[in-house]
Design a protein. Sequence first.
Length: 140
Amino acid sequence: MAREDIHAALFARLTAAAPFATASRRVRLWNDLSPAQQPALFLMSRGEEVTRRDTLPAHRVLRVDILLYAQAPDDETAGAVVLNPLLDAVEAALRPPPGQDKQTLGGLVHDCWIEGQVTTDEGALGSQAVAIVPLHLLIP
């Protein structure tokens, strides 16, 4: 298991999912991005959960949050209009390949999936929309 290879493969898969103007594994606040720098994708590592098992290798789950930022094009358009297609693209990028039941990131992980509360703010009081998508990556 090489954690860096896993994170690099995940980042490559997600950044290819949609035309992000900004993408990084180093998180920036949306206030630090101009509208021209959005839509944006950031990955934030949230740690690991390790469960010891008596006769088997430890069960390891990496936790990563995907942060998506998008600006509504005008004051009349809800932020969800630009955020929802980004969420759909991320979900599609994480689907298992045809004929398989797991997303293994090219064999680097046993599985990679969205799990937990997907937090969204469509910018009801402004033009900035934000989503936080929690990922779990089961590693060998």
